[in-house]
Design a protein around this ligand. Structure first.
Ligand code: SF4
Ligand code: SF4
Length: 277
């Protein structure tokens, strides 16, 4: 059993389950001795919205950010790749965005796990436990002195204070792909589907080129207002990417197909039937 799976089992069996109204105490900041201890040698999985916010804050294109700041860990249980934030290649393995005096240099756009900490969130599908209700839990890291402080919060107050709410919509969209029921029912991916998933959710600059510089707009019925937003609005492009991925991976009718494309699909199908006959 790998470490992530072991941790999930421990969380399910042993961690106290919190709701949004439950209290806990925590304090963080440069006045604490442990300041920045949490920003080294840590596994931070990035969602598509994390990547969008971080690379925009850094002024990098999507491909450049992914190449410079992420790796894709091998996980035989994972059917879709999720990038990990790459730590520095030094003894301490610090996060490339931490500054010894000022802390996180992309604080406003830091990823979801950095915002949530010391809280974690468990979803039923992720834990393969459909009867379970989603819950929050506290992650206790040995180096972190924040949990010994007396500043009280409720789970919801903490999430609001940390700007987590803006991430909820995209988090739910991401889970609708990665935790899709089809995946647990034996559905498998081919290389082309994985590549489209990656481009449509993570490599948004390439996705935008794909939409505007291929036959894409002839193959799908997309209204002019949406077309305009896809040109300049990254969040709109990402929402559209989620719809496209649901169609590509799970065959959901999320984007209407043009008559021209439908005719081509029918012709190809007829040709295939004749050849096979
Ligand atoms: S992104 Fe910011 S908060 Fe997260 S580990 Fe790096 S420096 Fe720390
Ligand atoms: S209190 Fe915890 S989260 Fe805050 S700086 Fe210290 S180690 Fe990091």
């Amino acid at each position: 059993m790998d470490n992530i799976q072991k941790l999930k089992e421990t969380i399910l069996k042993e961690y106290p389950r919190l709701t949004e109204v439950d209290p806990f105490c925590f304090e963080c900041g440069p006045h604490l001795e442990c300041f920045n201890a949490c920003c080294a040698d840590v596994n931070i999985f990035l969602t598509p919205y994390d990547v969008l916010r971080m690379r925009r804050a850094l002024g990098l294109g999507s491909a450049e950010f992914l190449a410079r700041h992420t790796i894709i860990p091998f996980d035989k249980n994972q059917k879709l790749p999720t990038p990990l934030l790459l730590m520095n290649d030094s003894e301490k393995k610090e996060c490339p965005f931490v500054n010894a005096k000022t802390g996180c240099t992309i604080y406003y756009d830091r990823p979801w796990p950095c915002r949530m900490y010391p809280l974690g969130m468990a979803s039923p599908a992720e834990y393969a436990a459909p009867e379970m209700k989603p819950f929050y839990y506290i992650l206790r890291e040995d180096d972190c002195g924040g949990l010994a402080r007396k500043r009280p919060w409720t789970v919801r107050e903490w999430m609001e204070d940390q700007g987590v709410m803006a991430y909820q919509e995209f988090g739910e969209l991401f889970k609708s792909i990665t935790l899709n029921k089809a995946l647990s029912e034996g559905w498998t991916t081919n290389e082309k589907q994985i590549s489209l998933y990656w481009v449509s959710l993570y490599d948004l600059d390439v996705f935008r080129c794909f939409i505007f510089e291929s036959s894409f707009l002839r193959r799908f019925i997309i209204d002019s207002k949406t077309i305009q937003s896809l040109k300049s609005d990254d969040e709109a492009l990402l929402r559209f990417g989620f719809n496209y991925v649901k169609m590509v991976l799970f065959g959901e009718r999320t984007i209407p197909i043009s008559r021209e494309a439908e005719a081509k699909v029918r012709a190809a199908h007829t040709q295939k039937t004749k050849t096979n006959g």
